[in-house]
Design a protein around this ligand. Structure first.
Ligand code: C2O
Ligand code: CU
Ligand code: CU
Length: 511
């Protein structure tokens, strides 16, 4: 991504640190605190959780002092929810943060003006089908000392969702501070697949950070003191479940890895490399953002954008006694140490996972042309990003009817790929097609210069976040199911989202 480098205090050179001295941490499982009557049906009791956003300090590496974070609970990432499809739950999200922010708030951004409280949180469960009042609308933030009670019906397929802060104008800072965690939904389809489970199924939550020489979080700022916002951040410290260069001892058998890109802006190109042969090890992707693919997709690299999830199965049985590095391009992220002794593996990697019927394009009642816009100053630096040239505060223009299906054509004239996420819904990618941006900008003419490209096999399932590539029109087909009301759609590069690359949309009732 060709943006100017922001100014900042010198960051710690993480390559000076010793690699693979810390075991990979696995976030604890969230524990419910009894039962409460369901808001949907007071005769029904549902699990009640209380999760507190609070300041913590924890070590990202053996040789660094503890780093200050904000976290949902005692460590970051926060606890992983283990839930069943069809079993609703209530979560009281508590803001127990201090009154001042420790990262650079930009008061020129929408929602973060100087008259707003510096510390605000609101939690969104990314990928969940929930009513608007529990969806974490960016303006539904609460201040320290307050809490919100959110209801998750969990009426959806098995998938890895994730929860994170969504407060208007400071979302990038709150997530960077550590306010994120995983949320797993299980179902009978998954049970029947006999995939690797228990200790053979692990979340790999990836995010990059910059650290000071004292091991504290460093969030870069622009040279303009009035407006410290920067267009994108890339840290040299890539953390996995909160650790830098961790290692994991594994058995020579199949593992299921639930990968989440929780980075603010970084796209990953992941591979597993055997350190003796330096060969890239083949693996399978079995699921995407919204659950299982129709069949496992063999891969050697995984491209994953902010907000996206990938469900992987990797078989270490041919690598007894070896060490495998998880790499992002050429950069080492973590190590898998495969034990030498043979084991029996009774888990499976079924050839068929579940049907994902393609939604026929003819089902769409409406096609919306939606542009992704980036505005630069005289020096060529981005100063604002919009969807469809519209600010957050402008009237709602996207009003799909509940139960209807629409095609959204994401027209991207910028030089960046933008991961576009819609709340509430799941969708399928139809295609991507290269086009001539200036003809669309000047004459509203969509002039294509190549054939439409179908989604990659590992994207050909249910998605909630799509990579809208540069100079392409990316088309998604979206059934608007669930609830009526006001939701949002946005770019999941959090710096973009915070600088207006987010819009409300409203699902309206039919008739
Ligand atoms: Cu993961 Cu609206 O976000
Ligand atoms: Cu979401
Ligand atoms: Cu973007």
């Amino acid at each position: 991504m060709a943006h100017s480098v922001p100014t900042m205090a010198p960051a710690l050179d993480v390559n000076a640190l010793k690699q693979f001295v810390d075991p990979l941490p696995i976030p604890e499982i969230a524990q419910h605190q009894g039962y409460r009557p369901s808001p949907a049906d007071p005769k029904l009791n549902v699990q009640f959780y209380r999760i507190q956003a609070q300041p913590i300090a924890c070590k990202v590496h053996r040789d660094l002092p503890p780093t200050k974070f904000w976290s949902f609970g005692a460590s970051t990432p926060g606890p992983t929810f283990e839930t069943r499809s069809g079993e609703p739950l209530l979560v009281e999200w508590v803001n127990a943060l201090p009154g001042e922010h420790f990262l650079p708030v930009d008061h020129t951004l929408h929602g973060a003006e100087a008259d707003k409280p510096a510390v605000r949180t609101v939690v969104h469960l990314h990928g969940a089908k929930t009513r608007p009042e529990s969806d974490g609308y960016p303006e539904d933030w609460i201040v320290p000392g307050k809490s919100s009670l959110y209801y998750y019906p969990n009426q959806q397929d098995a998938a890895m969702l994730w929860y994170h802060d969504h407060a208007l104008g400071i979302n990038r800072l709150n997530v960077y501070a550590g306010l994120l965690g995983a949320f797993l939904i299980r179902d009978g389809v998954e049970d029947a697949l006999n995939l690797p489970g228990g200790k053979y199924e692990l979340p790999l939550i990836l995010y990059d950070r910059l650290l000071t020489h004292e091991g504290q979080l460093l969030y870069p700022v622009s040279p303009d003191h009035q407006s410290p916002w920067v267009p994108e951040i890339f840290g040299n410290a890539i953390l996995v479940n909160g650790k830098l260069f961790p290692y994991l001892e594994v058995e020579p058998r199949k593992y299921r890895l639930r990968v989440l890109n929780g980075s603010n802006a970084r796209f990953y190109n992941l591979s597993f490399v055997d350190s003796t042969s330096t060969n890239e090890v083949a693996f399978h992707q079995i699921g995407t953002d919204q659950g299982f693919l129709p069949a496992p997709v063999p891969l050697k690299n995984l491209e994953i954008a902010p907000g996206e999830r990938a469900d992987l199965v990797i078989d270490f049985s041919d690598h007894r006694g070896a060490q495998l590095a998880l790499k992002n391009d050429a950069v080492v992220v973590m190590q898998f140490r495969v034990s030498p002794k043979k084991v029996t593996d009774t888990s499976s990697l079924p050839a068929a996972l579940r049907p994902v019927p393609k939604i026929p394009e003819s089902q769409a009642v409406q096609t919306r042309l939606l542009t992704l816009n980036e505005y630069v100053n005289k020096a060529g630096n981005p100063v604002l990003l919009l969807l469809n040239a519209s600010h957050w505060k402008m009237p709602i223009t996207e009003k799909p009817v509940l139960g209807s299906t629409e095609v959204w054509s994401l027209i991207n004239p910028t030089n960046d790929s933008h991961p576009i996420h819609l709340h509430l819904v799941r969708f399928q990618i139809l295609d991507r097609q290269p086009y001539v941006p200036w003809l669309f900008q000047t004459k509203q003419e969509l002039h294509f210069i190549g054939p439409p490209e179908p989604p990659d096999p590992n994207e050909a399932g249910w998605k909630d976040t799509v990579q809208a590539h540069s100079k392409m029109v990316t088309r998604i087909i979206v059934p608007f199911e669930g609830f009526t009301g006001r939701y949002v759609w946005h770019c999941h590069i959090l710096e973009h989202e915070d600088n207006e690359m987010m819009r409300p949309y409203e699902v309206i009732s039919p008739g």
